[in-house]
Design a protein around this ligand. Structure first.
Ligand code: HEM
Length: 139
């Protein structure tokens, strides 16, 4: 497994842990209400499980399993993948921080980082989306 995949899947697991914990707290609070304040965890929960966990896991695994090149740079422009990793995690942190503090500008900046991350990752992956060598056309 390439190093970037290791980092992405581990980071995704951290998001999963935090996201599920927030979900569980909200669920508990629904069954046995403790405080209405717990509902402030809703948007961080959604951000963590959808972007931090689901999207990042998909990106990490895609980096690993998509067709590789035969030359020296087997994974193509790896720096774009690392940039996506940094931008995505910074984006999630900024969005959650902005939501928590009620700073719309920070939320918007975080979203912009996430969009850049996805764009950079797509740019990295694009040349790797190709039929396997020797495979018959149309197969
Ligand atoms: C990958 C897994 C998950 C995803 C994609 C996910 C996604 C979401 C989304 C999009 C919402 C907002 C729904 C809305 O506002 O209508 C939500 C709400 C919620 N989630 Fe999750 N979630 C996941 C896992 C979990 C887990 C494991 C738990 C509990 C242990 C949980 C507990 C909750 C609760 C309590 C709410 C609030 C529901 C309400 O409005 O009454 N979620 N989740």
């Amino acid at each position: 497994m390439p190093r970037l995949t290791v980092w992405m899947v581990r980071a995704a697991l951290l998001h999963l842990g935090a996201g599920f914990t927030f979900g569980a707290l909200m669920l508990l609070n629904k069954g046995a209400p403790v405080s209405g304040e717990i509902w402030r965890l809703l948007w961080p929960h959604v951000e963590l499980v959808l972007v931090g966990w689901t999207l990042q896991l998909g990106m990490g695994v895609a980096f690993w399993i998509m067709p590789r090149f035969s030359g020296e740079r087997r994974y193509g422009r790896v720096w774009l993948g690392w940039a996506a990793f940094g931008l995505l995690n910074a984006g999630v942190v900024a969005v959650i921080g902005g939501q928590w503090a009620g700073v719309d500008g920070l939320v918007a900046a975080g979203r912009a980082l996430e969009v850049l991350a996805v764009g950079g990752f797509a740019l990295h992956l694009w040349p790797r989306i190709k039929p396997l060598g020797g495979q018959a056309a149309g197969a």
